[in-house]
Design a protein around this ligand. Structure first.
Ligand code: APR
Ligand code: PHB
Length: 389
């Protein structure tokens, strides 16, 4: 098979890029190791920046998001009983959209058929070849037969564990990483949210986040040591911990219900440079990971895809080789700023096991500064809503 862009991975990054290229008349094929149902079974964060919303609009795939998503004007930082509201609408003139990132993937997946986007699920043993040449290829096995896709470019959208990043020689690359000493235990339940806006709480018992998917479905998190096992966390134990950490007012509004899903996810900051090597472009989690504080994961994947799509349009429609050459620097400039914001919000809102009274005093001082400074709130708001692309 021959195509212009072989896309590896049908998560949000791969599907978004596939749809955008297809809409520009640039032929592509998406290869996914798992089944569609498996991909949709992954529970992800739920806050969309403008870049993600605008790409869905550009594709005309924003119908369900407009109908079911909840535009939010602000969110809250809590420290014990103190609640600091960040009024993002007032401070930036923008909003965020609360809409499950899994739903974005579902919308993109369901539209693939009618838009003629070829997605091959169940592709095993995906391997990249000749990425330093102008004629790279991807091999994979499907139904026991090995096949090859010849392309002009490969887009590595295969997440943190995929083969694309590993195809770039170590001598050409640099990795930056921080692993955090806790994970987030998440619970999803069909109960009304305890507050109409998100609350990120720093409590002496640890971090908590109150989020939502709709007026009737809530998503909550508490941070736990990495040694914890999900089997030891009954629904009641999670609800008790949330009530203790979120502050009295939010706690009094918590409605408990059986968990539809619960799991523990580790937190990591990671950046791989460069994001392009030869004919291979990396997008999304294949190139970087952020801790979920700030909900930047999918939004960063969306901005990568925006830049990658522009670069490929430059190459195929305007014979502009420089567009592809500039992709990595352009994408990384935004990636590092999102990394910084996610890391600083993580540091501000969590009790690290090695922290002592000094580090805690720094958190209190910073939260007090934020509570009393429009400049500080504006900085948080413009990062939360998403920096310009
Ligand atoms: N061959 C083919 N596909 C693969 C392979 C492989 N060897 N390895 C991984 N994949 C697929 C995965 O199965 C997955 O569907 O690549 C896809 C990568 O998707 P994600 O991990 O969701 O990564 P990405 O699309 O970059 O998503 C970015 O969106 O939902 C958020 O939090 C999520 O931060 C993440 C962000
Ligand atoms: C979520 O709703 O799952 C969510 C929201 C905000 C975050 C992380 C996760 O920062």
């Amino acid at each position: 098979m021959k195509t212009r862009v072989a896309i590896i991975g049908a998560g949000p990054a791969g599907l978004l890029l596939g749809h955008l290229l297809k809409a520009e008349g640039i032929d592509c094929i998406v290869l996914e190791r798992q089944t569609g149902d498996y991909v949709l079974g992954r529970i992800r964060a739920g806050v969309l920046e403008q870049i993600t919303v605008s790409l869905m609009r550009r594709l005309g795939l924003d119908g369900r998001m407009n109908a079911e998503g909840l535009p939010h004007d602000g969110f809250n930082l809590a420290d014990g009983e103190r609640l600091i509201r960040i009024d993002i609408a007032e401070l930036t003139g923008k909003q965020v959209m609360v809409y499950g990132q899994t739903e974005i993937t579902r919308d993109l997946m369901q539209a693939a058929g009618s838009r003629g986007l070829a997605v091959i699920y169940g592709a095993e043993d995906v391997a990249l070849h000749d990425i330093e040449s102008d004629a790279p290829s991807v091999t994979y096995t499907k139904d026991g037969t090995q096949r090859r896709i010849e392309a002009r470019f490969i887009a590595g959208c295969d997440g943190f564990h995929g083969p694309s990043r590993k195809a770039i020689p170590a001598s050409a690359a640099r990795e930056f990483e921080r692993v955090y000493p806790f994970g987030w235990l998440g619970i999803l339940a069909d109960v009304p949210p305890c507050n109409h806006e998100l609350i990120y709480a720093n409590h002496e018992r640890g971090f908590a986040l109150a989020s939502m998917r709709s007026d009737t479905r809530s998503r909550y998190y508490v941070d736990v040591p990495l040694t914890e096992h999900i089997e030891d966390w009954s629904d009641d134990r999670i609800w008790d911990e949330l009530a203790a950490r979120l502050g009295l007012e939010a706690a009094s509004n918590i409605v408990r219900g059986p968990a539809l899903e619960k799991s523990i996810a580790p937190l990591r900051s990671y950046v791989f440079e460069p994001m392009r090597h030869g004919s291979l472009l990396l997008c999304g989690d294949a190139a970087h990971i952020v801790p979920p504080t700030g909900a930047k994961g999918l939004n960063l994947a969306a901005s990568d895809v925006h830049y990658a799509c522009d670069a490929l349009i430059g190459y195929f429609h305007r014979n502009d080789n420089d567009a592809v050459a500039g992709y990595s620097a352009k994408a990384l400039a935004r990636v590092w700023k999102s990394e910084r914001f996610s890391w600083s919000l993580t540091k501000l809102m969590h009790r690290f096991p090695d922290d002592g009274p000094f580090e805690r005093a720094m958190q209190v001082a910073e939260l007090d500064y934020i509570a009393n400074s429009v400049a500080a709130q504006t900085s948080i708001a413009e990062n939360y809503v998403g920096l310009p692309v």
